[in-house]
Design a protein around this ligand. Sequence first.
Ligand code: ASP
Ligand code: MG
Length: 417
Amino acid sequence: MARLVMKFGGTSVADLDHIRNVARHVKREVEAGHDVAVVVSAMAGVTNQLVQWCRDAAPLHDAREYDAVVATGEEVTAGLLAIVLEGMEVNARSWQGWQLPILTDNAHGSARIGDINGAELIKRFKEQKQVAVIAGFQGVHKDTGRITTLGRGGSDTSAVAIAAAIGADRCDIYTDVDGVYTTDPRLVPKARRLDKIAFEEMLELASLGAKVMQVRSVELGMLHNVRIFVRSSFERPEDIDPVKPPAGTLICDESEIMEHQVVTGIAFSKDEAQISIRRVQDKPGVAAAIFGPLSDANINVDMIVQNVSADGKTTDLTFTVPSSDYERANAVIKKARDAIGYDVVDGSTDVAKISVIGIGMRSHAGVAARAFKALSERNINIRAITTSEIKFSVLIDAEYTELAVRTLHALYGLDKG
Ligand code: ASP
Ligand code: MG
C-alpha cells in the first residue's frame, strides 16, 4: 500500500466524459489499496476565460479580486470529480485551498506556498479511506484570509506541495503527454521519452522552455525530495496492467539514476529578444548603469555578452530579455543613455535560445565545443552563448530553430533508433 497524489491538468478534465475517465483512474488506485489525494486544474480554457473577464472588467484591477475570480475554475472541477467518484461508490470529498488550509504569502497572482496542513487528510485516509479531491492553483493568505493563486500552471505546484505535506510515496502528474521527452517531439519526431530525469535537469528543461511542468513545482520537488511521475491521462484505466511498471517519466534525485548520458535533453525558446548596445564606454560602473535600471524595472536579463575592447575606450554589449519586455527594456536603456554613455542600441525579437542540458556535463569536457562545430557546419550563426555546470545555451536566428535542435539532438545521440 502506498500514499499517492494524482494530479490532472485542464485537458484531462476538459468535460464530464474526461472527468469520468479521471475518476476511473482514481478508483483503480483506491482498489489497489492506496491512499489517494487528487489535485485538479480548471477545465481546459476556463482559466483563460476567467482571466479575460477580469481584464475586460477593468484593465487595471485589484489583484486580490483577480484571484477571487480565477481560483473558481478549480473549485468546479474538484466538486464535479467528487460527485462522479461518489456515484462510483468511492468515498471522496472536495477541498478548497482555504479549507485545508494551504497557506501562502500575499503575492496575489503568483503566491508562494508557506505551509499546508495535511493532518486532516491523513486522518481521513486512516479512518475512512476517503479520497481527497483538492482544487489546485489556489491557497489562502496566512494573515488576511484572502484567496490567492499560484501563477499560471500552478496546480503542478499544489500537487507537489501536497505530496510533501502528506508524505506521499509519489506524485503522479497525469497530462496530455506520456512523459518527458529528450526534446519536443512535435519539432523532432525522433525525440525519445526518458525513463528518468534528475530534478536539476528537469528544472533546467522547464526553465528553458519545455512546457511540461511549472518550474516552481520542480523546485519544490527537489527541495522536499518528492518523486514526481509524469504520465498520460488519456490511457484507458482498464488498459493499465497493475503489475507492470506504468509508462512515463520519473523525476527524481540523481542518486536514483544509475546511468547518466552526457546530454539528457534539449530545450528551446522563442520568447527571447536580443538587445545590443554599441560603442559603450569601457569603464568601471557601466554594467551597473545598464543592468541596475533594468532590474529596477523588473526586467529579467538572461544572457550577457560583453566584448573586450581593443582600444580600451568603447565596447559592445549584448544581452537578452523576455520578448514581452523588449519594448520596455529598450525604453529603459534609452532613458539611461546619459548615465551609460553609448552610441546606438539595436536588437531583434527574431531570435531563439537553444539549451543543451545534462548532469553528465559536470564530468565531461568539450561538450559545448562539439555543438559549436556542428552548428557552424550547418551555417548557423551563434549570437550569444552562456554556460553553467549542467547546461549551455546558444542564441541563434529564430528561423534556424528546428535545424539547430535536430542537429544537436542527433549529435548527442538522443535520436531514437
Ligand atoms: N488552471 C490554472 C491555469 O490554467 C492552473 C493550472 O492549470 O495549473 O494556469
Ligand atoms: Mg499545466
